[in-house]
Design a protein around this ligand. Sequence first.
Ligand code: SLL
Length: 152
Amino acid sequence: NKRTKGVTVVRPIVYGNVATLLPQKKIPDSDHTHKWTVSVRGLNNEDISFFVKKVTFKLHETYANPQRVIEHPPFELTETGWGEFELTMKLQFVPESGEKPVTLYHNLRLHPYEEDGSISTANKNKPVQSFQYDELVFTEPTEYLHSLFLQH
Ligand code: SLL
């Protein structure tokens, strides 16, 4: 599994969350107010599973079993809850790639904020989205990984 020389591969990724307000009393005896989905994918919904083997989402410690491993695409996780927090997503690559895991950070967003940072009451029933664009950079990838990228 030789490394290429002088090759750099850059792959765009998009990660973040959507959130919606739960109908009141949807979950009996629970203080959960929102339903949210966090995901990581390629640009334009590109399937990244040809080089990403699994994604481990680490939630706030108020969640039962905060570490959630998703081994198949789509690499996303849906939960309900009451609060915002910073979560991490650890991307592990296909073993033949010889690449170390990469950790991404995302502030889970539930509320529609106004420009001044206050929570918008007018928009409180609209879905909230918070996504960020990033790039994974592979410096002198293995020939194996390089050939995978050439095929996609
Ligand atoms: C806050 N610092 O106080 C944040 C923490 C944690 C949110 C938010 C747990 C849900 C469950 C949940 O929504 N935690 O218990 O299953 O706003």
